[in-house]
Design a binder for this molecule. Structure first.
Ligand code: ATP
Length: 351
């Protein structure tokens, strides 16, 4: 996508004023409550008129204060998925899904409904009534309906907020598949760092209606690791599981990792807290931990009263969090070698 935004909007005491452009396919809008994320989304969708400025999508002007252009929501062809799925209660799932699709000109119908039903695994739900769906299923139908209206951009405003952790990680792979399969640009709004890491390539961080930083979700997580108790969370894609007694052995690049709770899927996403990675100077003689990895120290930096150590483990990246004293005791230095030790139970399967 090529999205160019330069807008201002005064709402009571709150002033939104931002100027940015987006070229990647999956962009995140991150920021605390009240930072202006929804205000931006409403202006992009045509639900709120900016006081001044312009909005252009793929070279086409959607809003221009000077030339008094303000295209209607329908004419913008921007799909919106809100936190709570707004489905039509009097229609079944199938009619809800096809609602937008039937209302666009045939030439714009570039997405095949059957393909979408398959990617979102909606087949078993098609003949259901809307009130017979769970929260996660409703969100899948809402997303499917938006995607079938063949938008040029989809805005998702905290779409996973109302869901519990289990449902959230159930729905994320569907979301990722849809946007990858149909190549639809996505603007994903959230104040969850883990969602940002899983769903976006580039992130704009907002504070008080202004852009504070433009970065990647990984860098954002690194910068903020000192601000939370948990610190940084590593997210790993592990592949090709095999059973070893009651444990699972996964491939991580060209090495093995042993985890306690795995699955049958060929590829799965796991999280691993930076606090769960213990560093050693030499290979421990014996350890209850199942994973002992030879790593190179890429970078060492302070985060509050702790120290972050970025590691390269045979081409795979990890971040460990230790105290300053440990850095001195281990003689850790950038470019040097270290051993990372991780318990099998430290890995948490997301999906
Ligand atoms: N119509 C309005 N009149 C006055 N102030 C408003 C109006 N709409 C929004 N605001 C204020 O604008 C600010 C930004 O609101 P916005 O909903 O964009 O924040 P947000 O980042 O999406 O927050 P959240 O994460 O809580 O949804 C808030 O301080 C809000 O109170």
């Amino acid at each position: 996508m090529n999205l160019e935004v330069s807008v201002e909007k005064q709402l009571g005491d709150f002033c939104f004023a931002s100027d940015f452009s987006v070229r990647c396919r999956r962009v995140g809008i991150f920021g605390p409550s009240g930072s202006g994320k929804s205000t931006l989304m409403h202006m992009l969708a045509g639900l709120l008129k900016p006081d001044r400025g312009f909005i252009r999508l793929n070279g086409e002007t959607l809003f221009d204060g000077r030339s008094r252009i303000n295209r209607s929501t329908e004419n913008r062809r921007i799909g919106v998925v809100f936190q709570h799925a707004h489905l039509f209660p009097h229609m079944g799932v199938r009619r809800n899904l096809l609602y937008g699709y039937k209302r666009i000109p045939k030439a714009q119908r570039v997405i095949d409904p059957d393909a979408l039903v398959e990617v979102l695994d909606l087949g078993p739900l098609l003949s259901r009534k809307v009130d017979a769906l769970s929260g996660g299923e409703r969100q899948r139908v809402a997303l499917g309906r938006t995607v079938l209206s063949c938008p040029r951009l989809v805005l998702m405003d905290e779409p996973l907020n109302g869901l519990d952790e289990r449902l959230k990680f159930q729905i994320i792979p569907y979301l990722k598949n849809v946007f990858a399969e149909f190549k639809i640009p996505l603007m994903f709004i959230s104040h969850s760092l883990s969602e940002m890491r899983l769903m976006t390539d580039q992130v704009f961080e907002f504070a008080n209606g202004r852009i504070r930083a433009q970065t990647s979700a990984h860098q954002l997580a690194l910068h903020r690791m000192g601000t939370t108790q948990e610190g940084y969370t590593n997210i790993l894609e592990l592949r090709d599981p095999r059973n070893q007694k009651d444990l699972f052995v996964y491939r991580w690049g060209d090495q093995d990792l042993i985890v306690t709770v795995g699955g049958k899927e060929q590829a799965s996403m796991f999280e691993l807290s930076s606090r769960e990675i213990t560093l050693f100077k030499r290979h421990p003689e014996a350890s209850s931990a199942r994973n002992i990895l030879h790593c190179r120290v890429k970078k060492i930096f302070d985060v509050g009263n702790r120290v972050a150590v970025e590691l390269d483990c045979n081409g795979q990246q990890l971040v460990s969090q230790v105290v300053g004293e440990a850095v001195r005791d281990l003689g850790l230095e950038e470019g040097g070698a270290t051993i990372a030790v991780i318990k099998a139970s430290a890995f948490r399967k997301l999906y």
